[in-house]
Design a binder for this molecule. Structure first.
Ligand code: NAP
Length: 538
């Protein structure tokens, strides 16, 4: 092979978010030549884009930062237990500058497609501006919730006021004071927006299709003694995150619901409700997510909390989910969300009773009336996990398109690779561990594992890696098994791949790895120590 046939880079990383930043750090550390291509004009990924009012962590800040550098841990001070978006974006920029990663990053580079060159075993990445860049390995750090979806409601383009999808919230402040504002969508994003702007706008009308089981975040500033204590206990914090299924500080109570007397159950649930963060979801009795009886009783406990917090009983009932139990969809954490509905300027429209017919130039037309607005906020979510892959035209061996291969749902081995797409390694791929855990904790696992694989290949003279079909099939069966015994597998959400705004996403798709981070890591370690069994290395 002549030099001209050699790719320009050993690795191309698509995306400069949490995953891309750490992957670039590891490759730079090893002296492996790589470049990061990022569509935005700065790093940060999800924290670059999601600038909507109220955007903040649901993870404890100190469990979300990177764990790889003691110096970074010692110098960075999170101001709140659950930091807001501007602070997180500052943090990620700080990491990029501290480790001198910006020189490897190319911003404003939107990737349109990537095709595998079989003869040379490398990828050619096609940018929207017409440029092409080649790399031996293509590492996707394209995010799990980065393909925003507008609602498939007629007339979305016809509205003459201001309208934003939360993901694309502008950099300049949006005037809210005295405005008539609509929010469509009541997932984790909608709940944060509604809570934040209820007392800042003129009138706020919330269009709700399905309510979610929201529970209090209990955020607070971090005082100096706590700051010192956090810094002194980082080893312990990360160790707890390693042990828990979700990579959080919150692990399950090992007891089964029925083994605990009712009074004691209620005492635990009250304590969880008062504890910050995801404890009320993740520190519950071990069978609350799998035993319908346990789940129903806990859901009723939370429903009563909603009834206590919302003054109007009819509104309270509308805000209580009736079609799924607690924790079977992503639990939005909130700050005074339910209290927002006690305000005179906040109106809840249940669009099951009066469906939205269309967006009009003036606002929203339901079957009951036309509402006029100055601003419409679409908190309508994402084509989760596979959406970001579908929006890039990946072409593998024999010209097969990844979006065709995954049309009925993704097939991967460990969420890291997919047959027919050699040297395409996915940091937040479907059915992988990082998409089902506290993201940076899962990402550090994926990046470290992929980096070890690249080193192994370099040391053994391999230049092509591809997951095997039989390994993928076995992985899919395992993933399906992990889904099946959990109540969440029966509920429509992005965990199960449903999205009413994406054609064909109306049956279950196995999107995440629901077996927990420790089990996932165990499998990764087995595969690595067997010389990457399940992958073809050539
Ligand atoms: P989401 O959970 O998918 O919620 C989208 C909302 O829009 C739902 O209420 C949905 O109703 C509604 N919707 C969608 N299409 C609609 C249509 N055509 N007509 C009417 N309503 C429609 O999306 P998200 O709230 O953006 O959250 C996505 C994920 O992002 C979260 O689960 C979480 O993992 C992450 N997130 C994290 C944080 C954080 O860490 N703090 C904050 C925000 C988001 P249905 O429920 O009926 O489908």
């Amino acid at each position: 092979m002549t030099d001209q046939d050699q790719p320009q880079h050993e690795a191309i990383i698509i995306g400069a978010g949490v995953a891309g930043i750490y992957q670039m750090y590891r490759l730079q550390e090893l002296g492996i030549d790589a470049t990061v291509l990022e569509a935005a004009d700065g790093p940060g990924g999800t924290w670059y884009w999601n600038r909507y009012p109220g955007a903040r962590f649901d993870s404890e800040s100190y469990t979300y930062g990177y764990s790889f550098s003691k110096e970074l841990l010692d110098e960075w001070e999170w101001s709140e237990h659950f930091a807001g978006q501007p602070e997180t974006l500052r943090y990620l920029n700080h990491v990029v500058d501290k480790f001198d990663l910006r020189r490897h990053m190319q911003f404003g580079c939107k990737v349109a497609g990537a095709s595998f060159d079989e003869e040379g075993s490398f990828w050619t990445v096609h940018l929207e501006d017409g440029r092409e860049i080649t790399g031996r390995f293509l590492l996707t750090a394209i995010g799990m919730l980065s393909a925003a979806t507008l609602p498939n409601i007629e007339g979305v383009d016809s509205f003459e006021g201001e309208a934003w999808h939360t993901y694309y919230w502008p950099h300049d402040p949006v005037e809210l004071d005295g405005k008539r504002v609509a929010v469509i969508g009541t997932g984790a994003t909608g709940v944060q927006v509604i809570s934040e702007i209820a007392d800042k706008v003129g009138e706020l009308t919330v269009f709700q299709r399905r309510p979610n089981w929201c529970a209090p975040l209990h955020n607070a500033p971090i005082d100096q003694p706590t700051q010192a204590q956090i810094k002194a206990s980082y080893d312990e914090i990360f160790e707890i995150c390693r042990q828990t299924p979700g990579g959080f500080l919150h692990g399950p109570d090992p007891r089964k619901f029925r083994d605990v007397p009712e009074e004691e159950r209620l005492t635990l649930w009250q304590k969880l409700y008062e504890t910050p963060g995801f404890s009320k979801w993740m520190s519950n009795f071990i069978d609350v997510g799998i035993n319908p009886e346990a789940n129903a009783e806990y859901s009723e406990f939370i429903a009563n909390k909603i009834r206590e917090r919302v003054n109007d009983p009819m509104t309270a009932e509308k805000l209580i989910p009736k079609d799924h139990g607690f924790g079977t969809r992503r639990v939005p954490l909130e700050t005074h969300y339910f209290e927002a509905y006690n305000r005179g300027n906040v109106h809840l429209i249940d669009i099951n009773e009066t469906p939205i017919e269309r967006i009009t130039p003036k606002g929203v037309q339901t079957t009951y009336q036309e509402f006029e607005f100055d601003l419409i906020i679409y908190a309508t979510g994402f084509d989760a996990i596979t959406g970001a892959f579908d929006r890039i035209s990946f072409t593998g061996v024999d010209g097969v398109a990844l979006r065709d291969q995954w049309a009925d749902g993704p097939d991967t081995f460990l969420g890291m690779g997919t047959t027919g797409f050699p040297n395409l390694l996915m940091l937040s791929g479907p059915q992988g561990g990082s998409v089902s855990t506290n993201y940076p904790r899962g990402i550090e696992t994926s990046v470290d594992w992929i980096t070890d694989l690249l080193c192994y290949m370099r040391d053994h003279g391999y230049r092509r890696v591809e997951s095997r079909e039989d390994a993928e099939l076995e992985w899919l069966q395992h993933v399906q098994e992990m889904y099946q015994f959990q109540l969440m597998s029966k509920v429509k959400s992005w965990f199960t791949g449903y999205n009413s705004n994406v054609e064909g996403h109306d049956t279950i798709r196995y999107q995440i790895y629901p077996g927990g981070a420790p089990r996932y890591r165990e499998r990764l370690e087995e595969v690595a120590s067997s010389g990457y069994e399940g992958f073809k290395l050539t």
